[in-house]
Design a protein around this ligand. Structure first.
Ligand code: DOR
Length: 432
């Protein structure tokens, strides 16, 4: 069992710096100027100490597209980004709609050991939206699946959605919906608005998301099931969630927003660079501002990256042929600091809430998103709040290099990440 001493840290960015002794897998002691033996001392210079981040929405691409990402490279990106748990989406090849595939992903995560990899199970067989997958078998498998999603596709049949909510509620699961009414987005390439019209790109209208969100809130209320809305992208969705959460029945609906929807708009379409293609699409300035407000006031519960690496040939092509998706794990903190902390919308406690505590609660993780306090599991991230860095997509750990933040300067740098007391990343390097 190793002991790590974190010297001069500020839990939640509050108060005078303290020392934190991590012994084995837990926080053993917090105090000033601790004089103790340790196997490793991290001199933090007043850096902010938070519970390790939890990402409810990561595409690790394994099995099937190991040219875009693997559990290993995605785990490296996660550790470097300050994450101690990620949820690996089911749209792999083969699809994670059965116990064999989810157990494979889970085992690979454990073998690599840089971040807890929780496989998401598909809601429907082959993500086809026609027949429920074996949700209970995946839940009872070694992977202990609790989050189910057809992400990339919407569970558009309302009866299947209803059954999924009912069934998962019997074992404490949650259905994470990619809200996109498919009949309204046939051929869609970009946000339906002035920019798409000017450039001749087929539009993805806001109501295609909002109609499904409203429908599924009603179904969650009716069934008592737990619903999580993936990648909220419109001001209208935030309004619907605000309305729904103001009702008594609210408790079992949660939602996430991505870093890219907190910062980027469809003004980026002008270059036709497919690095900006994502689903749901980048929207307007008014949507961005509404999403920031919704995250700040809890209407949207958390940040999730929708980290979606793609191989070069799937992005370096014409817009309509390119796959949607953006890297997110290593830039999420910087974008959140830029859009939410530097703007005064969130303090560091708020960052802990939206990047760690709420996602852990939504997914039912008992050992993540815990308070920074003695006796708690040492799943931690140390952040230099003042450091600024320039994103270099080619230098990120992911195999795909499709970062829309390439070349951008971002504030807030991950100094170290600890998973159950072990350093998994330190000073920009993965520790194995
Ligand atoms: O942009 C996206 N990319 N949105 C999705 O829903 C799926 C994801 C992917 O798998 O690439």
């Amino acid at each position: 069992m190793s002991r790590v001493l974190l010297k001069d840290v500020r839990p939640y960015g509050e108060g005078e710096p303290v020392d934190v002794l991590v012994d084995g897998e837990v926080i053993a002691e917090i105090g000033t100027e601790l004089e103790v033996d340790a196997d490793e001392i991290v001199h933090a210079g007043g850096a902010v100490l938070l519970p390790g981040f939890v990402d409810l929405h990561t595409h690790l691409r394994e099995p099937g597209r190991e040219d875009a990402e693997t559990v290993e490279t995605g785990s490296m990106a996660a550790a470097l980004g300050g994450y101690t748990a990620v949820f690996a989406m089911a749209n792999t090849d083969p699809v994670a709609d059965n116990a064999v595939v989810v157990e494979h992903v889970w085992r690979r995560g454990r073998e690599i050991g840089l971040v807890d990899v929780h496989p998401v199970g598909a809601v429907t067989v082959g993500l086809k939206g026609e027949k429920l997958a074996e949700l209970g078998t995946m839940a009872r498998s070694a992977a202990g699946v609790r989050v189910f999603s057809d992400d990339g596709h919407c569970v558009h049949d309302p009866l299947i959605m209803r059954r999924a909510l009912e069934y998962t509620s019997s074992f404490g699961g949650v259905v994470a919906q990619h809200a996109e009414e498919p009949r309204l987005t046939v051929g869609a390439q970009a946000h339906e608005g002035a920019n798409a019209a000017r450039l001749g790109l087929a539009g993805w209208p806001a109501p295609a998301e909002e109609a499904i969100v409203a429908r599924d809130c009603l179904l969650a209320g009716h069934t008592g099931g737990a619903l999580h809305i993936c990648h909220v992208s419109t001001a209208g969705t935030a309004e619907i969630l605000r309305w729904w959460k103001s009702r008594d029945a609210a408790g079992r609906v949660s939602a996430e927003v991505t870093p890219h929807h907190l910062l980027l708009t469809d003004d980026r379409l002008d270059t036709y660079d497919p690095v900006n293609k994502v689903n749901p699409p980048l929207r307007t300035e008014a949507d961005v501002l509404a999403l920031r407000r919704a995250l700040a006031d809890g209407t949207v519960d958390c940040v999730a990256t929708d980290h979606a690496p793609h191989a070069a040939q799937d992005k370096d092509c014409e817009w309509s042929a390119a796959r949607p998706g953006m890297l997110g794990l290593q830039t999420a903190l910087g974008v959140v600091v830029h859009t939410m902390v530097r703007t005064g919308l969130l303090d560091w406690r708020g960052v802990a809430r939206v990047m760690s505590e709420r996602p852990a609660e939504i997914a039912g993780l008992a050992d993540q998103g815990r308070p920074v306090a003695a006796g708690e599991p040492a799943n931690l991230v140390l952040v230099d709040p003042d450091a600024e860095w320039t994103v270099r997509a080619a230098e990120l750990a992911s195999l795909g290099q499709n970062s829309p933040f390439d070349g951008m300067r971002l504030p807030g740098r991950v100094v170290a990440t600890l998973l159950r007391g072990r350093l998994t990343a330190h000073e920009g390097k993965v520790r194995r």
